[in-house]
Design a protein around this ligand. Structure first.
Ligand SMILES: [Zn+2]
Ligand SMILES: [Zn+2]
Length: 534
């Protein structure tokens, strides 16, 4: 996390950090990377006693350009209209399509400890007249804007093209209009049926004032105008915007050469990939930010984004995998390291900062948080499924001390996460049902499997393993003693308890059960005759 602290150390004077989003549909969990990074930057600045304002904007005058996201009856009318002018497709009380998707996303922020000082909606900013001076500069400097597009992005607009989109007075669309003249007070625009392939203009044309919310700047100019209007000094940008000649380069040049202001410091960041793909905002399947936030508690979700440096892509594929349990394990590992305990494996640079910035509150007692007892996620996942386990007592016994109020809270949060994970994302092997009686599947055990189970029962009686790690160690040691590959050992255990050949980590499975029951079952399975016990 050195990068945020280095950034905070490199600036002087009051800072305004900003992030914004076009609410074009269900917002994917990867879109939380921007808000989390801005929050981390704001925390680092404030820790350096720098006066900081944190803004979050919604670019809701952008045109609707994705047909697939509309109900069929809305397509004709809505394509090309500002997102803020399209009715909510879900009848749940939002003023517009844009409000719905932006609000559902923004509602996750507070739960993640992200508290912008101010939200702004571009559909509300334009009518105030705040953008008018920049619209005038852009139109007066249309020549220079066209030259910037040519030079920076190799995009050639016709000589009559002006950098403004009027909201058509007749059909209400903004994506279909083009302005070709500017007389210093009004623009001449046409709403063309064929300007873009994704929306059809109505053919209307006329002179109109572009001020006070009647027109919007194209995205690159609007972005640069936001920097001037709000005094933005730092703004992270996704990799897609930060490529050479991309959006950020264009907006930087427009800020400098048209609006005569130095652009904010950029912190370019990589995407979060789900299953190796960049999840697109517009698909919105299974990885919506608000769905993931329902399963992954806030500190682990912050950790997902805070652990890698901004320029590292994040691979996160929670569906049917152990990605969520692994996220918890890594969080717990860095917590333990921060508390000064010895941990396995290499530690990332600045791991204490990573842990600190993952905490919900910037004022948290980091040492106390790091030292708190946290039961492993996979262990809890088995405990909640094991018959007759009093989980809280069991966890206190493993801690060898009563749980503190904070630890009880952590446990409650994890139990809820475990249950949601088992319901929504867990692979089948993680869902277990321990059989009350000897499963039929033991008939398939061969003699080496049976002698293994007998030897494991003896070892368990002798060594009294009490934790998942201790059971795991015993499982491997007994297999090694008998010269068996671990696979044979694991299969024998799964068949004896779950009635199937595969399962979750066997040591943790056995640790979730009563030891006397485990030993009894191991002996029972070891003694069952081949072909019998049906
Ligand atoms: Zn709604
Ligand atoms: Zn029109």
């Amino acid at each position: 996390m050195d990068w945020a602290d280095e950034l905070a150390a490199s600036v002087t004077g009051p800072q305004v950090v900003n992030d914004s989003k076009t609410p074009s549909g269900t917002v994917h969990v990867g879109s939380l990377r921007g808000p989390v990074l801005v929050d981390v930057i704001a925390r680092a600045l404030r820790a350096n006693a720098i006066e900081t304002t944190f803004l979050y904007g919604v670019d809701d005058l952008d045109p609707m350009d994705a047909q697939a996201l509309l109900t069929p009856d809305a397509v004709e009318a809505a394509m090309g209209r500002p997102l803020a002018h399209i009715p909510d497709q879900v009848a749940d009380g939002h003023d517009s399509y844009a409000r719905h998707h932006a609000q559902v996303f923004i509602d996750t922020f507070a739960g993640l400890g992200i508290h912008p000082d101010r939200y702004y909606w571009m559909s509300e900013i334009y009518p105030t007249g705040a953008v008018d001076p920049y619209i005038r500069l852009a139109l007066d400097g249309a020549d220079r804007v066209r030259e910037i597009y040519r030079r920076v992005a190799n995009v050639r607009h016709p000589d009559t093209w002006h950098p403004i989109s009027v909201i058509c007075e007749q059909c209400g669309k903004v994506g279909t209009t083009i302005v070709t003249k500017w007389d210093g007070e009004r623009v001449w625009y046409e709403c063309r049926p064929d300007l873009v392939a994704w929306a059809k203009g109505c053919g209307h044309a006329g002179w109109v004032s572009p001020f006070g919310g009647r027109a919007k700047l194209p995205w690159n100019l609007e972005w640069a105008a936001q920097w001037s209007i709000f005094g933005v000094t730092i703004e992270p940008g996704g990799k897609d915007l930060s490529t050479a000649g991309g959006s950020r380069d264009r907006s930087d040049a427009i800020a400098r050469e048209v609006f005569e202001r130095e652009p904010p410091i950029n912190v370019a960041y990589e995407f979060l990939n789900i299953g190796g793909r960049k999840m697109s905002t517009s698909k919105g399947r299974g990885a919506a930010a608000h769905h993931i936030a329902d399963v992954v508690p806030p500190e682990q979700l912050r950790f997902l984004f805070v652990r890698p440096r901004p320029n590292q892509a994040i691979e996160f594929d929670p569906d049917g995998t152990d990605a969520i349990p692994r996220l918890f394990d890594e969080f717990d590992r860095l917590a333990a390291a921060t508390a000064g305990r010895e941990v396995k494996g290499e530690l990332p640079a600045g791991y204490e900062h990573v842990f600190r910035y993952s905490l919900l509150s910037p004022d948290a007692d980091v040492a106390a948080e790091a030292a708190a007892f946290r039961p492993a996620f996979a262990h809890l996942a088995l405990l909640v499924q094991a018959p007759g386990v009093a989980v809280a007592e069991r966890v206190a016994a493993e801690k060898r001390a009563p749980l503190t109020a904070r630890e009880k809270e952590i446990l409650r949060e994890r139990m809820a996460a475990v249950r949601s994970w088992l319901e929504a994302y867990a692979p089948d092997r993680a869902r277990v049902q321990v059989h009350d009686t000897l499963p039929e599947a033991v008939v398939d055990l061969d003699p080496s499997g049976r002698s293994y189970l007998a030897a494991l029962a003896a070892a368990a009686e002798r060594e009294e393993p009490a934790s998942g790690d201790a059971w795991q160690a015993a499982i491997f040691a007994v297999a090694a003693d008998l010269g068996l590959v671990p696979g044979v050992a694991f299969e024998a255990i799964y068949r004896s308890f779950l009635g199937r050949p595969t399962g979750p980590r066997a040591g943790w499975l056995l640790a979730s059960l009563d030891r006397a029951f485990v030993i009894r079952r191991l002996r029972e399975a070891a003694g069952s005759a081949v072909g019998g016990a049906v």
